[in-house]
Design a protein around this ligand. Sequence first.
Ligand code: AKG
Ligand code: FE2
Length: 304
Amino acid sequence: MQTKFHLTSEQQAQFRRDGYIGPFDLHDRDSMREKYNSLRADLYDREYAIYDLPNDSPLVGYDRHLDIDFFSMHIEHPRIVDKVVSILGPNVCCWRSETFPKYPGDEGTDWHQADTFGHASGTPQIRWPQHSTFGGAITVWTALTAATEETGCLRFIPGTHEEMHYDESIGMSFDPNSVNVIEKGGVRRGFFGYDYRNLQKDADFVPDEGSAVSIVMEPGQFVIFWSTLMHASLPNVTLRDTRIGFAARYVPCDVVVYPDTDLVEEYGSELKLNKYGVVVVAGTGNSANREVLVSNRGYKFRQP
Ligand SMILES: O=C(O)CCC(=O)C(=O)O
Ligand SMILES: [Fe+2]
């Protein structure tokens, strides 16, 4: 598809080979820095948030594109959506967004791959049509603050997106006391209270970190990757620099989101889906998914 900000055919080939592409520029560094200051207050204010959660829940950053206008506009920004359309085709939904803060001293994120996204809740959160040979989602991860090797940037193992080393149906147990205390291969890392190694299909599997790359990003840049790409992040070893990423997840609209689910339990919290819907960011939706047309604060999503 030729759209204003589509990926070139070279970029598409690179994406198919590596499983990621970027970083790309979206906001300039200074305006992103300034915006981040007001976003911190917006994130704390849950008046219009769709989930009823205490501010210390690990899920407070879920789906804030449905109540914070900056994120509502962000997920359908043409510079992002045009690129996602060149990967997924003309009908695209945003089904999830998440903030990923790493505060000074925080551990990194474990190596992982996500196909059904049921790894923590135990139930698949997305279901591709039956004929598809593939699953997962496209994640667009935007740096709201600088992501460096010191603040905890993402790490990818290029070309690993077509073979799953984890079985998300195995189930993991949640232990909030395990956060920030466990070292794996000499690096302090975990999966927000879970240990992703428990989902390994082969207990002896070790990710090939020797071929990993660090994705260093300026505030306001974004990177695009398959959720099935082997990815992780480094610990934040700084004393005062928070690193925070905003991940928006996209699928073709024929993917069914939260099949047969109206309550999700993961990371020690509960999400009631009564106000939830996908946002169609390009083309047309699918009657199997509830769609949100207007954000809780009144921002109207672009309609095809
Ligand atoms: O930001 C991180 O540390 C992890 C991000 C991640 O796993 C994702 O966006 O899928
Ligand atoms: Fe991830």
